[in-house]
Design a protein around this ligand. Structure first.
Ligand code: OAD
Ligand code: ZN
Length: 250
């Protein structure tokens, strides 16, 4: 994709967004890559080095809670040291302009909220929280926990990361909110996701089936690209600010 192509696609995306009635954004690990948080399926992705079934399933946690917590503690350290990047901030701008109605994210890093986005659905939970396996009490960590596994302050039982693991359903409140948003949407802005994990990967298809437009920003093709009306190949932290700048000129 040449610079001229990028400018043209950015202009098209800006125009679609400006004329939208209810634009909703779906984000994945790619938007946090420029904040130094590894993605899952890229060349240096987490799932290239670690096995899902050892670390990110309820069975893995039952088998070895300490191993799972060690891994989450390491990821928490990366997340707690990370700052939102230009991509996150551009989405804040789009919301402030009244164009973007909400972000549905698969990320557990909390960076959209830290950047200042108001409407954020954290579909896969948050790595910044623990949840009691016995009484469901939730704890927000100011720092990664010192001792592992962390204990519930209510009942003394152990906490698990408050995230969605493989084989687990999305909490119904988040899922319903996300479905409602995408059913209402006339534009889906899809940023930095491979689109292979469901149900999130299906959301842009809802918009497309209803005759809406799909705009995608990704450094590579994804499972969403075949239905993208505008596919902009590039980094979220570079392309999203360009879209915002273009909209400001319209
Ligand atoms: P993936 O790692 O599957 O995909 C990341 C996507 O981001 C890829 O399509 C990359 O090409 C793209 N990408 C990388 N850097 C980028 C950048 N700077 N700008 C734009 N795009 C970039 O991550 P997700 O799609 O988020 O689930 O993965 C979905 C889910 O699978 C995660 O939420 C997690 C994982 O297993 C659970 O843990 C339940
Ligand atoms: Zn408890």
């Amino acid at each position: 994709m040449t610079m001229v192509d990028i400018e043209e696609f950015v202009a098209r995306a800006a125009e679609i967004l400006v004329n939208s009635r209810h634009a909703v954004c779906l984000t994945g690990a790619g938007i946090s890559a420029e904040s130094g948080i590894p993605t899952f399926r890229g060349k240096d992705g987490l799932w290239k080095k670690f096995r899902v079934e050892d670390l990110a399933t309820p069975e893995a946690f039952k088998r070895n809670p300490n191993l799972v917590w060690e891994w989450y503690k390491w990821r928490m350290q990366l997340v707690y040291n990370a700052r939102p990047n230009a991509g996150h901030f551009a989405l804040v701008d789009l919301e402030t302009m009244g164009i973007l109605k909400c972000i549905v994210t698969q990320n557990v890093d909390g960076l959209h909220l830290i950047a200042g986005s108001k409407c954020v659905v954290e579909l896969h939970g948050s790595i910044r929280r623990g949840r009691c396996i016995e009484c469901d009490f939730k704890v927000t960590f100011d720092n990664p926990p010192e001792t592992i596994p962390p204990k519930c302050t209510k009942c003394g039982c152990i906490l698990r990361p408050d995230v969605v693991w493989f084989g687990e359903p999305i909490p119904s409140q988040s899922l319903n909110k996300a479905l409602e948003l995408f059913h209402k949407a006339d534009v889906a802005l899809v940023v930095g996701t491979s689109g292979v994990v469901y149900p999130a990967g299906y959301f842009p298809y809802i918009v497309k089936e209803k005759g809406g437009a799909v705009i995608e920003v990704n450094i590579d093709k994804s499972a969403i690209t075949p239905i993208a009306d505008v596919f902009i190949r590039g980094k979220a932290g570079e392309i999203l600010p360009k879209i915002v700048d273009k909209i400001k000129l319209l």
